[in-house]
Design a protein around this ligand. Structure first.
Ligand SMILES: [Mg+2]
Length: 317
């Protein structure tokens, strides 16, 4: 039995991952890691493989791809009977989940170093009761779930970031707000017409949009953000501010917290997504699972909040 099993999604990042694997990752790890790997061939395959390989006793199951692959591997690891450690090569279009755990973003050498000499650290994950699905990053409903749905359906025709931008543009033209009811276990109920609701275990989605800037995967709490009904023009101006988190200072945004949060849209069917995967329509109840996922991270480990703060400070210079 080898120590590492790598789940490689060759179609991630607009099918660039197969080349990244062959040219940049495999030649470097062949002499350094005791590992086996397999290419995924369809949606759901990464989850099945990870669950199976965890049950066979591999110590570390490592996702090679983006957030879609990472979400499946996390679910496979957590649904297995034997305990395995999760890690990831962050080489997809969006790498929001592993990055928030402190895994270096896109730095293949640093990731190899952390796989060999890193430490194992526990993190919270979110869990959707109705869909029976774990998530590491953000669950959301409304505008961004419609974007994710359009982007997923367009992925074969429109590759990479162009596909995502096209999905955002069409959704802005067609979007109508939802009458949402948010019931956090620890705070006041939030109701009314909303453009979107985001529930953060991690701070970010969509490749660096910090929609829930206060979220922390070590505090056993979700940090949520909602956006009230606003004009298309204001929406277009406000959405880019999620990159530095400054959208929270605008009065159209509202935050909430809780470790069990029920969300419903009783008047109109509303899609929801976690980590970029559409799971169906509301209602859903989101629960935090504290210290539930063990992740191989660099040693010393730097909290993602510090890494992000440093990046923002560099940009301001
Ligand atoms: Mg948290």
């Amino acid at each position: 039995m080898k120590d590492f099993f790598l789940v490689v999604n060759p179609t991630a990042a607009g099918s660039r991952v197969e080349k990244i694997w062959n040219d940049q990752i495999k030649p470097k790890i062949d002499s350094k890691l005791d590992y086996e790997f397999e290419f995924t061939t369809r949606i759901g395959h990464a989850l099945e493989l990870s669950q199976q390989k965890a049950n066979e006793g591999y110590k570390v199951i490592c996702s090679v791809g983006g957030d879609g692959t990472a979400n499946e591997v996390i679910n496979g690891v957590l649904k297995a009977e034997k305990k395995s450690i999760f890690s990831a090569f962050t080489v997809g279009t969006g790498n929001d989940i592993p990055t928030v755990f402190g895994i270096p973003e896109g730095d293949i050498d640093a990731i190899i170093e952390s796989l060999i000499n890193g430490q194992d650290k526990k993190f919270d994950v979110g869990y959707c009761i109705n869909a029976d699905r774990y998530f590491g990053g953000v669950a959301s409903m409304g505008f961004d779930a419609e974007v994710a749905d359009r982007a997923n359906k367009g992925i074969k025709k429109w590759r990479g970031k162009g596909n995502y931008q096209r999905a955002i543009f069409i959704t802005i033209l067609k979007f109508k707000p939802y009458d949402i009811i948010i019931e956090p276990n620890t705070g006041p109920i939030v109701t009314g017409p909303r453009m979107l609701v985001a529930i953060g275990n991690g701070k970010r989605y969509g490749g660096g949009m910090h929609i829930c800037p206060d979220a922390d995967p070590n505090d056993n709490l979700f940090h949520g953000t909602t956006l009230r009904k606003i004009s298309r023009l204001l929406f277009l101006r406000l959405f880019p501010r999620t990159y530095d988190g400054s959208h929270l200072t605008h009065p159209a945004t509202e935050t909430f917290e809780g470790n069990i949060i029920k969300v419903d849209s009783p008047k109109k069917k509303c899609l929801y997504q976690v980590d970029g995967e559409i799971l169906g329509h509301l209602p859903e109840t989101f629960v935090t699972k504290p210290n539930f996922l063990t992740v191989r991270v660099p040693d010393p480990w730097i909290p993602y909040a510090d890494i992000w703060e440093e990046k923002l400070a560099e940009k301001k210079k």
